[in-house]
Design a protein around this ligand. Sequence first.
Ligand SMILES: C[S@@+](CC[C@H](N)C(=O)[O-])C[C@H]1O[C@@H](n2cnc3c(N)ncnc32)[C@H](O)[C@@H]1O
Length: 478
Amino acid sequence: MDRQRLHTLEVISSGSLYKPRGRLIWGDNFEVMRALLDEGYGGRFKLIYIDPPFGTETHFKRRITTGSERLTIKQIAYSDRWSGRIDRYLDMLYPRLELMRELLRDDGVIFVHCDWRTGAYIRVLMDDIFGRRNFLNEIIWHYGGRGAKAVSGQFPRNHDTILVFGRTRKASLKKVFMERRIPVGEAGRYGYRMDGDGRYFKTSPRGDYTEESIKRLEKEGRIYRTRTGRVRIKYFIEKRGDMLIDRKLVGDVWDDIPDCMHNPPLERTAYGTQKPEALLVRIIEAGSEETDLVGDFFSGSGTTACVAERLGRRWIVCEKGQTGIYVTRGRLMKIDHHPFTLERPEGEWRNTPSRDVTSRVTIEGPSITPAGNGSVEVSITLKDYRLLRLPGGVSMKDPSRLFDMAGRDFTVLVESWSVDWDYDGRVFRGRSHSIKEGPDSSIDTTMSSVLEAKKRTIAVHVVDIFGNRTGVEICLPG
Ligand SMILES: C[S@@+](CC[C@H](N)C(=O)[O-])C[C@H]1O[C@@H](n2cnc3c(N)ncnc32)[C@H](O)[C@@H]1O
């Protein structure tokens, strides 16, 4: 079978010229992982997290909200249909897990997120591919009550399972602690007392401490005697200002991270199966160090990429669907990010800027004014964005409402737009960007830059709320 190479469609930076640190790859992960192996990525990933479809037999959608009227539109994000055949699902997953194993470092770890539908089957695949001796954990993520709806005739199903395996026995996870903050005034309620030095402590029975150990602890001031003279061991708690910080070692049941429905609004992307950033923070912190390479090959709305970026990891993520790719691109652009690339397998990239034209962009300008020292200030205005018809996979009650709204204010259709001030005809390097912060927030429609006065091509890319990208090129005379 022909090997695919990855082609860079776009380098997204906020002006900086640093080397891209993250790679967002749009394509089937099987081809993408093979291409990465060809590039020499075998044995280079410290951590891989995947959250593959769960075999739900449904289509997952993303809810798009736009304009001051907060019009709601649904768009198919991906299909999770297997004709009821778990064997088809497992046939898809098995070779992909094998490639992930090849990509991992010897001390690398993989986290596979699943639920009651596929968890038991995936555990068997993992044992087979990674080896039972490399099993590290089965984490129960108890995401809290989704309530009575799921209850009829059974206990409510309110946890997912995350299987963790090492590539070899060299792999290990760091200890993670959970902090609970207790106001000093409530110390007693949580079983804490204060000693003569103003330190707060809890006690526990002496257990099997020897007399010798007790003597040592006595010297350290860690022995507490009850009124009846029984020996107990003191455990001090850290005090920060008016708070006591109760640290608890995190075990394999995680019940302190709510699901996405309870996420802060700014984190929610309305991508059907988005996972909370707090979950990925815990995973990435436990399994990798800063600058390590982290991967996610079913990356959906890009939670792993965003968290890895924030935690200073290098990252490569892959997603098959256009919706997930452009949600991820937008999420990353809204955080403080290093430059990253958007790539596609070579055979597919030519079709990427939609051949099937569904939109039209109108640009005003460029307007050029001398800026001294052989430079000019160039300004470009986004004048109009027209949607010729609704893209496939999009459904809404009354499409004419969207077209009416867009007729009054075309920016309701625009998610972001970017300018490459010196386009090389191959890779779009957006240096100026304007992105909508929220569904009804506005977008700057003019961008400018001071440039050396020379003949050049300026390229403009507009990404609409459905994740369609339309480009325009403008030639600037010297
Ligand atoms: C459960 S979602 C992942 C959600 C993600 N964890 C998040 O926080 O948004 C699974 C994703 O895998 C993608 N996917 C399914 N098959 C794929 C494949 N063969 N290659 C790449 N992506 C795939 C789907 O499009 C979907 O977005």
